[in-house]
Design a protein around this ligand. Structure first.
Ligand code: G3I
Length: 360
């Protein structure tokens, strides 16, 4: 039985709008007109039963991304010898749970086996190896991937191309060549360019737009730009600025998604930092929710227990919406509220999307 006094307390605490939408992140996201709210995961975590119970909770997660197991070093550790066991474990999990799968990634300068990064290549031999990798991996997962991150992090922060092995031997053409090969192997998967620090305007965002146009100029299929969304507490752009950048990509005729969202802080955490983190998450999620063509949001794992952040940024962590003991942080409510909105706002976004789908 609900006591009036507890409703009054909830009202005073400003909790009722959240309670009205207390349906979970994916449920709220899809009600708002997005296709999914999801999370990255990784094979070592799949033996943790408590973790698995929440990972399978489709009320919160309607989509999974393998954090490592579809990358080049995992899938083709030696030339033309493929290994799909770890990637399959996550693809199978998503399928069993009825979760969409974002497949990650085909071409990246990191986690490349040494036969690629240190090989003696010509333009022709590396192009063949690149096409072979993409063809075999995409064909293996054909029909299972909602989307593929085809090319990941091709840009330096100033917007110039990274001097990776592909750029050195093939030039910028390696990017459209990769998209062509992926489309040939699975014409139904959405093909994305994925990068970080392209979520706000500047040289790098302009260069990401140029990549979309480059692929289009080759007549190759590119469906989306993935904005990784790795941010730091208190240094996350405003919802308005984030939404404006999302729209600069959708204006090119592609969809967008936040693909690796997290908001790290200098540890230890404090109530102020946790509160600001919630605001920052809400800015990101709100920007996607209000942008036509922003199809979904993925967090780069859901619990601090398995976050990549402390290993990479010394002294930083606590970046996920759940803490390392699987307890929801304020950020969870910030995300949920940003996905809440009024039922009329939800309806109008859904109606607009349906009209676009029908070609109106
Ligand atoms: O596989 C080896 C294992 O054999 C070894 O015992 C262990 C010892 O440290 O290392 C294992 O490799 C680690 C690998 O993850 C798999 O767990 C690497 O050291 C570690 O550096 C690697 O980190 C991954 C990172 O990409 C590599 O740059 C993170 O887990 C992964 O979350 C992260 O993901 C990237 C996205 O793909 C692209 N955007 C940025 C994002 C965060 O860095």
């Amino acid at each position: 039985m609900v006591h009036l006094s507890s409703i009054a307390t909830a009202l005073a605490a400003g909790l009722l709008p959240q309670l009205a939408n207390a349906a979970g992140l994916n449920t709220a996201a899809t009600a708002k007109g997005l296709d999914y709210f999801g999370t990255a995961t990784d094979n070592p975590e799949l033996t943790d039963n408590t973790y698995m119970t929440q990972l399978k909770n489709t009320d919160d997660f309607g989509q999974l991304t393998p954090g490592n197991s579809m990358k080049w070093d995992a899938t083709e550790p030696s030339q033309n010898s493929f290994s799909f066991e770890k990637g399959d474990a996550i693809a199978d999990l998503a399928e069993a749970n009825g979760q969409k799968l974002r497949c990650h990634n085909l071409v990246w300068y990191q986690q490349l086996p040494s036969w690629v990064s240190g090989g003696s290549w010509t333009n022709e031999t590396l192009t063949e190896a690149l096409k072979n990798h993409i063809t075999k991996v995409v064909t293996h997962y054909k029909g299972k991937c909602y989307a593929w991150d085809v090319v990941n992090e091709a840009l330096n922060d100033d917007g110039s191309y990274r001097e990776n092995v592909f750029y050195q031997h093939i030039g910028e053409a390696y990017i459209p060549i990769a998209f062509e090969a992926a489309a040939a192997a699975d014409s139904d998967a959405k093909l994305y360019y994925n990068d970080y620090s392209i979520e706000y305007g500047g040289d790098k965002a302009n260069a990401a737009e140029k990549i979309v146009k480059l692929v289009q100029s080759y007549g190759a299929k590119i469906d989306g730009v993935g904005l990784q969304g790795h941010f730091t507490v208190g240094q996350t752009p405003s919802k308005k600025d984030l939404a404006s950048t999302l729209k600069s990509y959708t204006a090119l005729g592609v969809e967008v998604a936040y693909t690796e969202m997290d908001v790290r802080m200098e540890t230890p955490s404090s109530s102020d930092k946790l509160s600001q983190q919630s605001t920052d998450y809400a800015s990101l999620v709100g920007a996607c929710a209000e942008t036509e063509g922003c199809v979904g949001i993925t967090i780069w794992d859901w619990t601090d227990k398995y976050s990549w952040v402390p290993d990479t940024f010394s002294g930083y962590g606590d970046a996920c919406p759940w803490d390392e003991n699987y307890k929801k942080k304020q950020a969870y409510n910030g995300i949920l509220n940003a996905l809440g909105g009024s039922s009329s706002a939800r309806k109008s976004r859904k109606m607009r999307r349906n009209m676009i789908t029908r070609g109106n």
